[in-house]
Every structure is written in structure tokens, then in C-alpha cells.
Design a protein around this ligand. Structure first.
Ligand SMILES: [Zn+2]
Length: 131
């Protein structure tokens, strides 16, 4: 899926700030992948108040590195997404994502010292930070 489609999913989950961060830091020319990858205990269970699918994302960042991440999406949202990847490739991607040790959080942490409006163009949406 393209980066805008992915970012809109973060927005739908109330993670607009993360979406804004991704908009600057994802390789917008690359394809990104999303697939359900729940731990055994976290398949949707309406009785337990869980109605989202735990998905794994495989992202390509602006420096070309592939990192993984997680995102919960509603099953109907996932079902509405076009499936663009043949099954064989899906398995390969799932394997790649699980084998990818770095995630977007670690990438962001390593990148932080280089991150400014001058370098990558990212402007933090909140002027003040408590950390
Ligand atoms: Zn940055």
C-alpha cells in the first residue's frame, strides 16, 4: 500500500501525530505492507471487548531501511484494502517482517538527533515536550 493509505490508518486509530511523523519519514515512493499478525491470544474476541486485528507493518523509511511496526485495524477496514501481493510473496513478506529486528520506534530514536525542519523537513506538531 502507499504511504498515504497507511498514514490514514494511523489517523483512524487516533494516532495522527504518528501519522504526521510517518508522512515525513516514510519513503513515499516505496510500497509498504500491512498484514494481520496477532499473537495467539489477541485475535478479535468481541466477548472480551477486542474487535481489532493486530497487524504488522513493514515500512520503508526515507533512508531505505525497512523496519517493522504494529498497528491495530478493524477487520472491515482490513477487508476493504486491496490485496496487491500474491500469496507466495505475502508469506515471504511476513517472514521478512518477523526477521526484521528494528522497528519504527528504534529507527525514530536513532534518527532523532538528525531530525529537524532543515534536514528531513519534520516539524513537530507540538511545540512543547515534557520529556
Ligand atoms: Zn526526521
Amino acid at each position: 500500500m502507499d504511504s498515504e493509505a497507511l498514514i490514514s490508518l494511523y489517523g483512524a486509530r487516533g494516532q495522527e501525530r504518528h501519522g504526521a511523523w510517518l508522512r515525513t519519514h516514510l519513503d513515499s515512493d516505496a510500497a509498504h505492507f500491512l498484514f494481520p499478525d496477532p499473537a495467539d491470544y489477541s485475535w478479535p474476541d468481541l466477548d472480551a471487548g477486542r474487535d481489532l486485528w493486530e497487524c504488522r507493518v513493514l515500512l520503508q523509511m526515507i533512508d531505505g531501511e525497512q523496519v517493522n511496526g504494529t498497528l491495530a485495524v478493524a477487520p472491515e477496514t482490513f477487508a476493504a484494502l486491496p490485496s496487491t501481493v500474491p500469496r507466495r510473496r505475502q508469506r515471504h513478506l511476513a517472514y521478512t517482517a518477523r526477521a526484521t529486528e528494528r522497528d519504527s520506534y528504534i529507527w525514530g530514536r536513532d534518527h532523532k538527533s538528525d531530525c529537524s525542519p532543515e534536514t528531513c523537513g519534520y516539524v513537530a506538531t507540538e511545540a512543547t515536550s515534557t520529556s
